[in-house]
Design a protein around this ligand. Sequence first.
Ligand code: MG
Length: 387
Amino acid sequence: MTSGLTAYACDPSRSRGRRHPEPEAPTRTAFQRDRDRVIHSTAFRRLVYKTQVFLNHEGDLFRTRLTHSIEVAQLGRSIARSLQLNEDLVEAIALAHDLGHTPFGHAGQDALNEAMQALPADGHAPDGWGFEHNLQSLRVVDELEERYASFDGLNLCFETREGILKHCSRRNAERIESQEPGGVARRFLQGGSPSLEAQLCNLADEIAYNAHDIDDGVRSGLLTLEQLEAVELFDAFRREALAQHPSLRGRRLLFESIRRMLSEQVYDVIAATQQRLVASGVRSLDDVRAAAPIVRFSDGMRERSSALKSFLFHNLYRHPQVMETTGRARQVVHDLFQGYLADPAQLPEAYGRAPALPRAVADYIAGMTDRFAIREHERLFGAAVFP
Ligand code: MG
């Protein structure tokens, strides 16, 4: 066991291994090596030009998928350290968790999924996988990265891949299971949980986007500080900050409130998880995998976090201005998909040669940055969708 970590933490020296066996690195653990491979990947660099909520060209200070992933890694490591879990694994999972995101955030994913599901039965046979961004993140690290001489993908450890595959439909889990029996999809078929490190990345993701979407929402002018007074989780810290610094206003009040809210959520996860660890009696990683999820908010924080999520959904993600952009983004992805399918000569050579054209098109589009997708759409269809 790596010294200083608990018996139920993931131990790199006892990893379930890589799909293609490799000798150990001389100076790094297996999980440190995974993190380094993610950072050096092409897909990771593309995250800087991919949308989180606001399109990349809408402003220089909004979160992108890259800064979001770095924030998730920071929160995750912070929680992992307190719980004596493996920080390197958390960092590797957090930095990789959004690698499969399409351009334009969820709008791009939905459009690509619809296009893949709606393929006509006569022309190009659909492969039935649809498009799921979690699955695509796994596909990026398993297949699509082309950097190493002896294998496709990044050949990451089981534990990192397990954390990346956060959700998966039953149908796709069955397909993965048939290719990799007893592998990363097994738990979606037979129940069970991923490692604690993987579980905490999910929560760190939620904590990160709740906080930064408030920040970006106010920065964009689509949300106001007054509106946020209706959100209990935020407003408690706004009032606390004002009580201690009565002259605080505007941006600085916003940042100070978010800072306090972030810290409180991290402390809450640590305390609630410690309690659950004791109550559940887990003693090993196998126990963790057999038990219900352990990393959690307290009931009160769960409720307040859900209320904040619902506020953001109704007031920011469904804001007419965001919806308008979303509609254009869906159109770009839809048009690109149909365009390449009708004329595969427009694809780069490597993609055009793929045996299953629709999947190759989906992989190509999913890898695009926002601005590349916009330029490519303009090249193929002549009109600028985002003038
Ligand atoms: Mg995320």
